[in-house]
Every structure is written in structure tokens, then in C-alpha cells.
Design a protein around this ligand. Structure first.
Ligand code: GDD
Ligand code: MN
Length: 388
């Protein structure tokens, strides 16, 4: 856990507000990063539309470097419902990490996650919860892409195109887990507390709904159309850096199972032929004899593969060894693969009487599987948890 300036005691919000004995029926979780100019307007909007219909509490999870926490505490005095600020000194996981902290702190049966810049209309909060109750859903998502929804507030053709492309890619990668979710990029949704298993979540940046839908798999999903509003004040915190984080997040989610990881490993391995051949061509053009050139060029392919698997496949499992230790082991495995292949082919041909092509194919598959298993076990095996 990161170090927090906790305004919320570990036993929940109800205890934080002595005057409010019961937790609300909905906990509204709002991640904030330098949103001081939006807080009052947001709390006014919530006041106008939520508490009369549904008891609520609001948890801000704040990573700001400005005075947002003070503004929240000050504005909270005018609210008839509990408002808490959980300020994180260390913003692990960014926006998604903040939301998960909020999910952990929530005490109500329903949790609604929404942005702090008023792009998500609080008037929909009660409808989200009501829809979930009526349909027996574990997750209710607001969508810009169903009848009645629109992305009015998404500024500029460039952002619209990026958002559309990201939505398409994400749906293509997770056709089953995202069935029934037309807007997996949405940051505005309601989830039953019982549908959240915070311990398996590995949030990375903006797309926390995607993380929840893929790893927590709520049993029933419903959608409500919504119009993405304009920002009330300030500017968006998303950036090109967030875009790359999103791609890493997608890769991590997609390769969470061993089979998917093996396919990724194979694809990365195949892509390694490109630097290998380019290196070979360059070395021979420089006049290097082809045998040392082959060996050197192969190391280029190994380095390429290592970089890609480090960043795309085993990102979460790099902490167990130092990078040079991992690189050394990985390079050893890759070269052992090459050294092993010829004797293995000879064995298949001479001893088992196989044809040369079949023997070569079998040797390739065998060494591939060995290299994958070796990489999992010898390079990235997580340390055993100490027994309690
Ligand atoms: N705690 C915390 N930490 N909050 C953050 C961080 C962070 O690192 N980064 C952003 N936020 C907060 C912002 O303060 C805001 O309340 C909310 O998260 C959304 O951030 P924006 O910067 O306003 O995002 P956006 O408008 O570009 O993107 C929104 O729309 C997308 C759909 O187009 C978000 O709702 C996305 O989740 C959504 O996918
Ligand atoms: Mn926004």
C-alpha cells in the first residue's frame, strides 16, 4: 500500500462522520487531479440530484499537487451527505489506481465512479443504480454509443478518432468479456460492491472500467445512454503518455493467461527475425565472415525479443531479479535453443526414423515450448509468498 493522508478511517466512512450513523446506499467515487475549480460545481450538482432520491456518500481520491483537497474539505461543509478526501502521496496506478482505492474505501452496496470535471452528469447516478437493481446487473455502464448517447464534450476530431480506434481495438481483443459493453472506455459507471474483488485488480492509467470488466467479470451488465458533457473548468489530464500506458494496459490484460502469454511469446519471437536479418545483412555488407555475423545478428534478435517481452508480457513480474540477471538468463535460454536444435533434429531422424522436415518442425516446437517454459520459470517466476 502507498502512504496516504487518510481522512477515512479503516473501518469506513460512517465512522468518519460521527453525525451520520448509516452509510449511504451509493458511494460516489471521484478521482481528482488538480480539479479545484470544478469541486464546488460538482458537489452542487450531486446535491441537486442524488440525496433526495438515494442516500449517498462521496469519496474523492486525490492525487493533486494543488489545493484540491482543501477546496473539497471546505465545500463538504455545505453538503448534507458525508464527503471524504483520500489524498495519496504516491499516485500508484494513476487514475485507475485512485479509483481502486475508492472502491476499497466504499461502504455502500452500490458504487458509482465518475470524473471530477462535471463531464459526467450526476443526474444519472440514481438511474444507474435503479437500472442495476431492476435488471439484477452487477455493472451498469454509461455509453456514448447507444441510442440517446453522444460524445458532445469530446473535444476535436483527433480525440474522437483516437477514442473510436481505442474502442474498436479493445472490443476486438476482448469480444466475450466486453459483450454488452458498447463503450468500454467510459469512466462513468455503477458497480455492485459485491462484484468487486479489489485484490485481483492491476489498474494502470485511465481505463479502470476495462480492468473491472475483464478481471472481475460482473455476471450481468446493463447500459444507460449518456451525453458526454463539456468540461466545466480546467483541462484534460490525458496525454500521449496516457495513450502508451493504455496500450501497455491492454497488453497486460490480454496476456494474463498462460496460453495467451505463450501466443504473445511466439509472435514476439517471430518478429525477432526482422532485426536478426537486418543485422546479418549489415554485418555481411561490412565484410564480416558469415559465421560470426550469424552469431552476432542472432544476439540482436535476442535483445529485441527481450525488450518486447519485458515490456509487454512480463511487466508485472520483473521485480524478482535485476535486469542484467534477467537478460543473462534470457540470452542463455535463447542461445541454448539454437545449440540444442541440431542435435535434437539428428535424434529425431536417426533414432525415431522421422523425415527431415517433420523432425525440424518438431524440434522447433519442442525448443519453443522449452524456451517459453524456461522463460516463465527461470527468468520471471514470482517469489513464493512467505508462509504466515
Ligand atoms: N486521482 C487521480 N489521479 N485522478 C486523476 C488522475 C490521476 O492520476 N488523472 C486524471 N484524474 C481525474 C481527473 O481529475 C478527472 O476528474 C478524471 O480523472 C478524468 O480525467 P480527465 O483528464 O478529465 O479525462 P478525460 O476527460 O480526458 O477522459 C475522460 O473521458 C474518457 C472518455 O473519453 C475519462 O472519464 C476517461 O476515463 C474516459 O475514458
Ligand atoms: Mn474530463
Amino acid at each position: 500500500m502507498t502512504s496516504h493522508e487518510y481522512t477515512v478511517p479503516a473501518d469506513g466512512l460512517a465512522a468518519a462522520e460521527g453525525s451520520v450513523p448509516e452509510p449511504g446506499a451509493v458511494t460516489i467515487v471521484v478521482p481528482t487531479f488538480n480539479e479545484s475549480a470544478n469541486i464546488r460545481h460538482l458537489l452542487r450538482q450531486i446535491t441537486a440530484s442524488v440525496p433526495a432520491r438515494l442516500p449517498c456518500e462521496v469519496v474523492f481520491v486525490d492525487d493533486s499537487t494543488d489545493d484540491t483537497p482543501e477546496v473539497i474539505r471546505d465545500a463538504a461543509r455545505d453538503c448534507a451527505f458525508p464527503v471524504a478526501v483520500l489524498h495519496r502521496e504516491e499516485p500508484a496506478g494513476g487514475l485507475g489506481g485512485a479509483v481502486v482505492e475508492g472502491l476499497r474505501a466504499a461502504t455502500s452496496d452500490w458504487i458509482v465512479v465518475m470524473d471530477g470535471d462535471c463531464q459526467h452528469p450526476p443526474s444519472l447516478v440514481t438511474e444507474l443504480v435503479a437500472t442495476g437493481e431492476r435488471r439484477g446487473a452487477g455493472l451498469v455502464v454509461t455509453s456514448r454509443y447507444i441510442a440517446g448517447g453522444s460524445r458532445a464534450g469530446l473535444a476535436g476530431g483527433y480525440r474522437v478518432a483516437v477514442s473510436r480506434g481505442a474502442t474498436w481495438l479493445t472490443k476486438a481483443l476482448f469480444p466475450r468479456r466486453l459483450r454488452g459493453i458498447s463503450d468500454p472506455m467510459s469512466g462513468f459507471f455503477a458497480i455492485r460492491r459485491s462484484a468487486v474483488t479489489a485484490d485481483v485488480l492491476r489498474p494502470l492509467g485511465y481505463k479502470i472500467l476495462l480492468e473491472l470488466a475483464v478481471r472481475n467479470r460482473p455476471r450481468q451488465v446493463a447500459e444507460v445512454p449518456f451525453v458526454f458533457q463539456d468540461r466545466y473548468a480546467g483541462e484534460s489530464k490525458s496525454s500521449a503518455r496516457e495513450g502508451f500506458r493504455f496500450l501497455r494496459h491492454l497488453a497486460g490484460l490480454r496476456t494474463a493467461s498462460p496460453v495467451a502469454r505463450m501466443i504473445g511469446f511466439g509472435l514476439i519471437g517471430a518478429s525477432g527475425f526482422v532485426p536478426n536479418l537486418v543485422g546479418l545483412w549489415a554485418l555481411i555488407a561490412l565484410g564480416v565472415h558469415y559465421v560470426p555475423a550469424e552469431i552476432l545478428a542472432n544476439q540482436l534478435g535476442v535483445a529485441w525479443n527481450f525488450l518486447l517481452i519485458e515490456h509487454l508480457l512480463f511487466r508485472d513480474r520483473r521485480g524478482h531479479r535485476r535486469w542484467w540477471d534477467r537478460l543473462g538468463r534470457f540470452a542463455l535460454l535463447a542461445n541454448a535453443d539454437l545449440v540444442l536444435r541440431i542435435p535434437l533434429i539428428a535424434l529425431f531422424v536417426d533414432r525415431l526414423g522421422m523425415g527431415v522436415l517433420a523432425a525440424t518442425a518438431l524440434a522447433l516446437v519442442t525448443t519453443f515450448l522449452l524456451r517459453f517454459a524456461g522463460t516463465e520459470a527461470l527468468v520471471y517466476l514470482p517469489r513464493r509468498k512467505p508462509a504466515r
